[in-house]
Each structure stands twice: as C-alpha cells, then as structure tokens.
Design a protein around this ligand. Structure first.
Ligand SMILES: C[S@@+](CC[C@H](N)C(=O)[O-])C[C@H]1O[C@@H](n2cnc3c(N)ncnc32)[C@H](O)[C@@H]1O
Length: 199
C-alpha cells in the first residue's frame, strides 16, 4: 500500500534521514559485508538510504525498488555517483520481486513490510532472492506504533493480518532467515539483521 501525504512528509523529512543513518550504522556493526556486493532495497521511497548503504557497505550495485512510480522517480533523480558504482531504480512489488532465486547478497527493508497486505509473502520473497549466507537488514514497526489511536487516523496501512514481534520473528525463522543476536526490539518496532541459512 502506497504512503498517503502525511506519511510522505515524514519519510521525506531530514529527521527520517537521520534515523536511517543511525540504523545503517547499527546494521554495519551487526554484520559487515564484503565490498562490491549486489544489494536490493525494497520499498526504497525517495531513495535516501542509497547513499547511506553506499557509505557504510561499499556495494558494487544497489537495486532500489518501490511500488510507487513517483517514489521511484524521486530515487532515480538523486545523485548517488561515487557512493554506489551502479544503481538501478525500479517499480516492483515486494510481494512479487522480479528476480531469480538466490541472486542478492543483501536485502534492506526500512519499514515497508507493514505496508504489505501479505507481509509473510514479502518475507518469503526476501529469503528467496537472497543467496545462502546473504543478509537481511531490517527496520520494521508494529501496530502499537502505526495503528494507535492517533496514527491510525493520520496514516494508511492494511488493517487485516497484522504482525507483532512474535509473528515477525517466527516468520523470519520459517523463511530460513536466522535472526542474529543483538537485535533491538520493543513493543513498537524491531531493528535487526538476519542471515539466510544453509551456507
Ligand atoms: C514507510 S515508507 C518507507 C520508505 C523508505 N524505505 C523510508 O524508510 O523512508 C514505505 C514505502 O514502501 C512502499 N511500498 C508500499 N507497498 C509496497 C509494495 N507492495 N512493494 C514495494 N514497495 C511498497 C511505499 O510506496 C513507500 O515508499
């Protein structure tokens, strides 16, 4: 589900960028990546994380995908040169990623799975496109944050089939994504790193 205008103001704000910067530094401390990796960001929004991923991980290529063509246009118009050698911005549904199995070294999710009607399919898609040993870096939020008395009037999200920490963590495990110790979680959100098992 696309973001509505109040949420668009938030995700396009300097404060959001500051939060994402701190989160990316946390991701790097949790699990570094070999330089030159091929990464995918699902629900990239305006693409603000591209530069952060570039600085932190020195990937060879980042594919930035979003279901909203207006967001993809914004992401494509950013200047990423020097930080990521190759950037591909594309319109894609995180429930049906247009990639073959096992082709990504890492996938980034900055708060988009709760926008999916079928979030478990989103997690399964992340696991499918990751190679064995590939890394899933994520920030995800729970209903007490986005569906509380105030925010459910302001922002638009699916209302059925929602998840909190236990369902989210068990869906990662069911998809073969092993959550690394050291993740941060409270009743509102989780920030963590999971690795596709089987290497
Ligand atoms: C809360 S915003 C987060 C944007 C950005 N990742 C950030 O952290 O600022 C959620 C993003 O997910 C995108 N989105 C929603 N449903 C999606 C889907 N099914 N597939 C891909 N992207 C989706 C929205 O268009 C929006 O850009």
């Amino acid at each position: 589900m696309k973001v509505n205008w109040p949420e668009r103001i938030w995700v396009n704000s300097p404060l959001r960028l500051f939060v994402q910067r701190q989160e990316t530094l946390f991701f790097k401390r949790m699990r570094a990546m070999e330089p030159g990796a091929h990464c995918l960001e699902i629900g990239c929004g305006r693409g603000a994380a591209l530069g952060l991923i570039g600085r932190a991980f020195a990937p060879g290529r980042v594919d930035a995908s979003d279901i909203d063509p207006a967001m993809v246009r914004l992401a494509a118009s950013r200047k990423h040169t020097g930080l990521v050698p190759r950037v591909l911005c594309l319109v894609a549904d995180a429930e049906r990623l247009p990639y073959r199995d096992g082709c990504m070294d890492a996938v980034f999710n900055f708060g988009i799975l709760h926008h999916l009607e079928d979030w478990r399919t989103g997690i399964n898609e992340v696991a499918r496109v990751l190679e064995r040993g590939g890394v899933f870096y994520f920030e995800e939020i729970y209903p007490p944050l986005y569906a509380n008395f105030l925010f459910r009037r302001l922002v638009a999200h699916p209302t059925e089939n929602r998840f909190h920490g236990p369902e989210y963590r068990s869906a990662l495990a069911d998809a073969g994504l092993k959550l690394l110790p050291g993740f941060k979680e409270n009743r509102f959100a989780i920030l963590g790193v999971a690795v596709k098992e089987g290497r």
